[in-house]
Design a protein around this ligand. Sequence first.
Ligand code: E4P
Length: 217
Amino acid sequence: MKFFVDTADVEAIRDLNDLGMADGVTTNPSLILKSGRDILEVTKEICGIVSGPVSAEVVALTADEMIAEGRKLAEIAPNIAVKVPLTWDGLKTCKVLTGEGHMVNVTLCFSANQALLAAKAGATFISPFIGRLDDINLDGLDLISDIRTIYDNYGFDTQILAASIRTANHVAQCAMIGADVVTAPPAVIKSLANHVLTDKGLDQFMQDWAKTGQTIL
Ligand code: E4P
């Protein structure tokens, strides 16, 4: 399973990329706002750090304008994936831009039928939002599972990019279900290394080692 980093924080991306933990990056208008940076400038910088897909989102609402914005974003670097919302205009944009050879990430997906439409429109990635479904007392992981079944039933090659990941459990469950990618904030990716028994075991080893009076170097 691939890890994308869900942030426009360049230092956090560089840090995870150095460890081989950043197979790509996803951004959205809220993350651009949080970064305080110009979208074209920060996206170009991110594309220079990671070699995998970097999602940059259009902000227009009509297909003609989305297509124009998408083409401009795609000029930033060859690894741009143009991110479009799951609306009819977004789907039209997806069809046109993938036809031109661009990667397209269809975002704000909250149902299996929406994911089916995105695949039929030729999306490179579908982004179902797990956390936001959990927020309204639905099970976001059930949606990942449903989409996996549908895509496998019909051999769609659209990649399931599980988004709105809030917990380490979301990541493990997505891997079990067979999501192609998870995109998660840097803090969630780093939290995957944590386990209380690792901390406890290390503490015991350090105490015992101190009692040996030895050194390695
Ligand atoms: C995905 O591409 C989105 O940028 C992101 O995962 C949304 O996450 P949130 O619901 O935590 O804002």
